[in-house]
Design a protein around this ligand. Structure first.
Ligand SMILES: Cc1ncc(COP(=O)(O)O)c(C=O)c1O
Length: 415
C-alpha cells in the first residue's frame, strides 16, 4: 500500500487549531505551525471510508450505540500488541483522554485533594486539577544533562498524602518510555501511599526504534489493581477531531465507581462515527498504516536531529522513544541569547523570574526570528525552561523548511 505522507495539505481555513489560534497565540499569522499535537498527514483512508460508509448506509444521525466490532477491536488490539487480556466489561468509552482524567478526578477525589504530577509534562495534567480546585503536587522529573528521568526517591517523598497520580506513559513532551522496573517501582510507591494511578497511555501505539510499550497495569498485580488506563486511537491515526478514547479498569470496585460516574454523566456516548472509526483503526490495515507512519516520522526526526547537529549545535533534540513530538534543548542557545540585546531583560520585567525571562527570549527567537510556531517548554512546567516542543508529524518538506528558517535565525544570533 502506498501512503501519502509526503503530500502537503493546506490546512488553513479548515478550522485546524494549529492555524486558527496562531494569531491569538503569537499575534501574527505568518509562522510555520508545528505545535498542536495532531499530524499534517491525511487521516488514513480506512478511517475516512468508515465515515463515508456510515453516511451512505443510513441517512439518520441519531443517538448511536456502540457495537461488538468496536469492543472486539479494542480487546483484540490490546491482546495482540501488549499481551493484555482485556475483557469487554473492563473497558468503557470516554470522549477524550483529558476528559477521562477529569472524570477520574471527579470520581475519586474532592476539592482540595492533592494530585501528583511530574513536570515537565503535558499541560492539562495541571490545568484539569486546577480547574476542578484540586491541589497540584509537582514531583519533577530529573534532568540528567541529556534527557529527563524519573526521580523515584523524590516521588516516594512527594506522593505522601496525594489521592491520585497522573502518569504519562509514554511521556509527552520528552518522548520517554518508562522501563518495566521504573513502572513497577511507581506501582509499589503509589500502592504503599494509597495513591490511585491514572496512566495516560495515549502515545502507546507510537513507539520508535522497535521498542515495545509497557502498559502500567501490566507490571504487577498492585499496578493492575490500583490504576485507571486511558488509551485512544485518536493520536496515532490522526483523528482527534472524532473524539473517541477508552478507559480500562481491572479492579472491579474502582471500575464500578468510575464507570457509574461516566455513564451517569452521559460521557459514554460517542458520536455517530466514533465507534466505526476506532474499529477501523484497530485493524490489520490500521497496523500497516501505523507502522508506515512511524517509519516516516522516524525519518523526519533523524533528518532534524542530524541537521541540528551539523548546523545548529546549540540546539539539541532529545531523541524521542515514542511519538512524533520532540523536545528541543536550547540551554546552550539561551546563553547566547542572554548576551544579545533582546526584548526581554530583567530591567524591563521586574515581576518575572529569571526562568520566565529566559523562556521569553527563546519564544521570541523561535517566533519572530525563525518564524516557527512551537510549544514553549514552560507550558509543561517551570522544568521545561530552555526547551521548545516541535511536531514531526508532517511532510518531510515541512521539516526541511522549518530547519532552513531556523538556520537563518540561528546564524543571525550565533555566528
Ligand atoms: C499525553 C497526552 N494526553 C492526552 C492528550 C489529548 O488527548 P485527548 O485529545 O484525547 O483529550 C494528548 C495530546 O497531545 C497528550 O499528549
Amino acid at each position: 500500500m502506498n501512503y501519502t505522507f509526503d503530500q502537503k495539505i493546506d490546512r488553513r481555513g479548515s478550522d485546524s487549531m494549529k492555524w486558527k489560534f496562531m494569531k491569538q497565540m503569537w499575534g501574527r499569522e505568518d509562522l510555520l505551525p508545528m505545535w498542536v499535537a495532531d499530524m499534517d498527514f491525511p487521516t488514513p483512508p480506512f478511517i475516512l471510508n468508515a465515515i463515508e460508509k456510515r453516511l451512505h448506509e443510513h441517512p439518520v444521525l441519531g443517538y448511536t450505540c456502540s457495537h461488538d466490532k468496536y469492543w472486539d477491536a479494542i480487546c483484540q488490539w490490546n491482546l495482540s500488541h501488549y499481551g493484555q487480556q482485556v475483557r469487554r466489561e473492563e473497558v468503557n468509552y470516554v470522549p477524550g483522554v483529558v476528559c477521562g482524567i477529569f472524570l477520574a478526578l471527579q470520581t475519586f477525589t474532592e476539592k482540595g485533594d492533592k494530585i501528583l504530577i511530574q513536570q515537565p509534562v503535558y499541560h492539562p495534567f495541571h490545568l484539569v486539577p486546577e480547574a476542578t480546585e484540586r491541589v497540584i503536587v509537582d514531583s519533577p522529573l530529573k534532568w540528567t544533562g541529556e534527557t529527563f528521568e524519573m526521580d523515584l526517591e523524590q516521588l516516594r517523598k512527594d506522593v505522601k498524602g496525594c489521592k491520585l497520580m497522573i502518569l504519562c506513559n509514554p511521556h509527552n513532551p520528552a518522548g520517554l518510555c518508562w522501563s518495566h522496573e521504573t513502572l513497577m517501582e511507581v506501582a509499589e510507591i503509589c500502592h504503599e501511599a494509597g495513591t490511585l494511578v491514572v496512566s495516560d497511555e495515549i502515545h502507546c501505539d507510537m513507539l520508535l526504534g522497535g521498542r515495545k510499550h509497557i502498559p502500567f497495569a501490566s507490571v504487577s498485580e498492585k499496578a493492575r489493581m490500583n490504576s485507571i488506563t486511558l488509551q485512544a486511537a485518536s493520536k496515532t491515526f490522526n483523528m482527534p477531531g472524532v473524539v473517541a478514547s477508552q478507559a480500562i479498569v481491572y479492579n472491579p470496585e474502582l471500575r464500578e465507581q468510575y464507570f457509574n460516574y461516566i455513564e451517569g454523566t452521559d460521557m459514554d456516548l460517542g458520536n455517530a462515527f466514533a465507534y466505526d472509526c476506532v474499529a477501523a483503526a484497530y485493524s490489520e490495515e490500521g497496523d500497516a498504516w501505523r507502522k508506515a507512519m512511524l517509519e516516516y516520522v522516524e525519518g523526519n526526526i533523524k533528518y532534524m536531529s542530524e541537521f541540528l547537529r551539523e548546523n545548529c549545535p546549540k540546539i539539541k533534540a532529545i531523541q524521542p522513544e515514542a511519538s512524533f513530538l520532540v523536545f528541543l534543548n536550547n540551554k546552550a542557545l539561551l546563553d547566547v541569547l542572554k548576551e544579545k540585546q533582546t526584548p526581554y531583560t530583567k530591567k524591563e520585567n521586574e515581576s518575572l523570574t529569571d526562568n520566565q525571562i529566559a523562556q521569553r527570549r527563546l519564544e521570541h527567537f523561535y517566533a519572530n526570528e525563525a518564524l516557527l510556531a512551537l510549544n514553549s517548554g514552560s507550558m509543561f512546567g517551570d522544568e521545561g525552561t530552555g526547551f521548545m516542543r516541535i511536531n514531526m508529524g508532517c511532510p518531510r518538506s515541512t521539516v526541511e523548511q522549518a530547519m532552513q528558517q531556523l538556520l537563518e535565525a540561528y546564524k543571525r544570533v550565533v555566528d
